[in-house]
Ligand binder design. Structure first.
Ligand SMILES: Cc1cc2nc3c(=O)[nH]c(=O)nc-3n(C[C@H](O)[C@H](O)[C@H](O)COP(=O)(O)OP(=O)(O)OC[C@H]3O[C@@H](n4cnc5c(N)ncnc54)[C@H](O)[C@@H]3O)c2cc1C
Length: 335
């Protein structure tokens, strides 16, 4: 077993963790990034990225993450290929256990473990991801300009995604397996008032239809949840919007989580319920979930963590300076 100690330990190697690492390394914190089972994070699972600032041409998600990692390493980050499976946040430094038996100690901890989209789990889904099937309208809606799209789900996210997609598509269908939506009333009103959105009630997706060759998705096989009747809906794009799983199970009971499992942070900061522990990126964000917002909050986490350490070290210097004085006072008092 090897114990690795760092002033700033960062969990996660997506845009949030790597941005935190770039700032931490440049502040002389010698950060360690534990990469987890998805080095580079969610963007490594996609192809075209058109909305990350700084690139006039379409770039590839995996390439962007390689660049971020190279930049983090270039300024002094140590990348470790391990996954954290246990945490002890009651002691200082914080102590985390890696899957392979190594121990990671951090004077401060930045949690950037992300959130994974929930998928339907049907056979054809995996093969059609990136070929017409997506879990992020903000990310991929633009690719369906002027085309027919469908959104699957019935909560706030599904309704928001359907409304967002009307910016690009003249024909949006919302598919929901029940006869009423769970979304907030105000969102439902906007949805029903929109002329470009049709709702298909009591339908579930039984299959994604591949047009073959380079065609990608051409339709959805639907099943009526009340009658069992099957039908096919022609569509160019399908957005699965049934929620996300923040990767926080590890922290349950150690850091406050909200009802959906996300890590709440103090407004305007990345501070969590545990002093010295900071959260950034999708693990603390159920609203925006974008690479650029993850990178932005990653930067915030590194700056918050660095300031926390500086204040703690200043306080311990003051304590150390007070110590001889206290000894002198005690010696005088004992006369
Ligand atoms: C298919 C797809 C396409 C997308 N397209 C776009 C787009 O075009 N533009 C855009 O802005 N956004 C896009 N997004 C969203 C974007 O990818 C996310 O918002 C962003 O990646 C979030 O970054 P993050 O660093 O918070 O988390 P993630 O990227 O999810 O990274 C989480 C990291 O945590 C690590 N981890 C998890 N658990 C542990 C553990 N126990 N120990 C150690 N490490 C751990 C993982 O290995 C991973 O490295 C897309 C997402 C998907 C899924």
């Amino acid at each position: 077993m090897t114990v690795h100690h760092t002033r700033m330990l960062i969990l996660g190697s997506g845009p949030a963790g790597l941005s935190a690492a770039i700032y931490a390394a440049r502040a002389g914190m010698n950060p360690i990034v534990v990469q987890g089972i998805q080095p580079g994070g969610q963007l490594t699972t996609t192809t075209d990225v058109e909305n990350y600032p700084g690139f006039a041409d379409v770039i590839q998600g995996p390439w962007l993450m390689e660049q971020m990692q190279a930049q983090a390493e270039h300024v002094g980050t140590r990348m470790v290929w391990d996954t954290v499976t246990g945490v002890d946040l009651t002691r200082r430094p914080f102590r985390l256990n890696g899957d392979g038996g190594d121990v990671y100690e951090g004077d401060v901890l930045v949690i950037a473990t992300g959130a994974q989209a929930k998928w339907l789990g049907i056979d054809s889904e995996e093969a059609m991801k990136g070929k017409g099937v997506s879990a992020c309208a903000t990310c991929d809606g633009f690719f369906y300009r002027g085309k027919k799209v469908a959104v699957i789900g019935g909560g706030n996210t599904a309704v928001e995604e359907a409304l967002y997609l009307t910016n690009h598509s003249p024909d949006v269908t919302l598919i929901h397996r029940r006869d009423s939506l769970r979304a907030e009333r105000i969102l439902q009103e906007r949805l029903h008032a929109h002329p470009g959105i049709t709702v298909l009630w009591n339908r579930e997706v039984a299959g994604f239809v591949d047009g073959g060759g380079t065609a990608g998705l051409v339709g959805l096989d639907l099943r009526d949840t009340t009658t069992g009747e099957t039908s096919r809906l022609a569509t160019d794009g399908a957005f699965v919007a049934i929620g996300h799983h923040p990767a926080t199970e590890l922290f349950r009971g150690h850091v406050d989580l909200d009802d959906d499992g996300y890590i709440p942070v103090q407004p305007g900061t990345t501070r969590t319920s545990v002093p010295g522990v900071f959260a950034c990126g999708d693990v603390a964000d159920k609203v925006y979930r974008q690479a650029v917002t993850a990178a932005g909050t990653g930067c915030m986490a590194a700056l918050d963590a660095e300031r926390f350490l500086a204040a703690a070290e200043h306080e311990s210097d003051r304590e150390a300076m007070r110590e001889p004085l206290r000894e002198k006072e005690n010696a005088e008092a004992s006369w």
